[in-house]
Ligand binder design. Structure first.
Ligand SMILES: NC(=O)C1=CN([C@@H]2O[C@H](COP(=O)(O)OP(=O)(O)OC[C@H]3O[C@@H](n4cnc5c(N)ncnc54)[C@H](OP(=O)(O)O)[C@@H]3O)[C@@H](O)[C@H]2O)C=CC1
Ligand SMILES: CC(C)(CO)C(=O)C(=O)O
Length: 303
């Protein structure tokens, strides 16, 4: 069965290239005929791993094609996910499986609401990839991907394709909790690195702010029925800060490159969930507002 990959950016390309080279049928779906023409001119995705570049001539079509889709990897940013899926929804067969690679929370439910006839599998990944130029992508960090379906704990048969392709993964029966935990880590670290203009490790000099956010995130996770995502959060945040001390967070990198951030699916989602639960979370609200103002001053969307 063919894997269709909608969103041939950083992570989508890394997935597509590994599946393709393992002999698993893959097709890229590009956003419009112009992007398809650009891809066809080059004819391949170039994947750079350990400074070694390899071309993978993966077949592609655009969203305008009408071939049916039974398995789809949605690899757009969280803010593009629902809009992107609308363009291919009519091609998805009853019972089709859609794997959602988005970080944060909120986009998964937006997409699932549009696809009542499909099985939506949520993913949370610690892999790292970035687009160098054009159709050339650097696979910067080996990581792990957790996959799960909140509506059905049965592992899908296609996990064997991931195994065959060397995509490190685990089927998770608590994927929503994992997504919450990653969201909390991102909320405690990423906005502060943007506002202080620093690497993750330099947050050591802003201990009070990090700890204050952790305390409110623990309150939020607990109120939202996510006690295991709340357990030892502060310790985990400091462990991640130390382990990634010399790195710039993904949000820092987005702002530095003048790319839109996923703020609405991270801090925005956390603040909304807090309001819905009737919580007062002054530190999270304040950092959300400071970050929005900062994004505005950089000419970037505040949502
Ligand atoms: N990159 C990473 O290291 C990691 C990313 N993630 C998460 O994975 C998700 C994807 O991130 P990433 O791969 O970095 O994102 P990129 O910006 O690199 O890629 C997104 C891709 O989506 C495509 N796209 C957007 N809208 C549409 C549309 N309507 N139709 C078709 N294609 C569309 C873009 O197309 P075009 O090329 O035409 O602009 C682009 O190729 C994010 O939620 C991110 O947080 C999680 C862990 C690590
Ligand atoms: C390294 C870490 C955990 C920091 O929040 C991250 O995931 C990111 O930069 O987005």
């Amino acid at each position: 069965m063919t894997w269709h990959v909608l969103g041939a950016g950083s992570l989508g390309s890394v997935w597509a290239a590994r599946l393709h080279r393992a002999g698993v049928p893959v097709k890229l779906i590009l956003r419009d005929p112009q992007r398809l023409a650009s891809y066809r001119q080059v004819g391949a995705i170039t994947l750079v791993e350990h400074d070694h570049a390899t071309r993978y001539a993966i077949p592609a079509d655009s969203v305008d094609s009408d071939t049916p889709i039974q398995r789809l990897l949605l690899a757009c940013k969280a803010y593009d996910a629902a809009n992107a899926i609308k363009h291919v929804a009519h091609r998805l067969q009853p019972g089709a499986e859609v794997i959602l690679l988005q970080n944060g929370l909120g986009s998964q439910d937006e997409v699932a609401a549009l696809l009542p006839q499909c099985r939506c599998v949520f993913a949370s990944s610690t892999e790292g990839a970035f687009r160098e130029v054009g159709w050339r992508v650097v696979f910067a960090g080996q990581g792990h991907t957790w996959l799960g379906d909140p509506a059905d704990e049965t592992p899908p048969g296609w996990l064997a394709d991931l195994q065959q392709s060397g995509i490190a993964h685990t089927w998770s029966t608590d994927i929503v909790s994992r997504l919450w935990r990653k969201l909390a880590l991102n909320c405690a670290i990423n906005p502060l690195t943007v506002l202080h203009g620093c690497r993750n490790g330099e947050l050591e000099t802003h201990r009070g702010e990090v700890d204050g956010l952790c305390a409110e995130l623990i309150e939020l996770l607990t109120a939202c029925g996510q006690p295991s995502a709340a357990a030892d959060l502060r310790e985990d945040v400091w462990r991640v800060i130390q382990a990634t001390a010399t790195n710039y967070s993904s949000m820092y990198q987005d702002v530095a490159a003048k790319r839109r951030t996923e703020i609405s699916y991270l801090l925005g989602y956390a603040c909304n969930a807090g309001s819905k639960a009737g919580l007062t979370l002054p530190r999270l609200q304040a950092i959300h507002h400071r970050l929005q103002a900062h994004l505005g001053s950089c000419g970037l969307p505040q949502h």
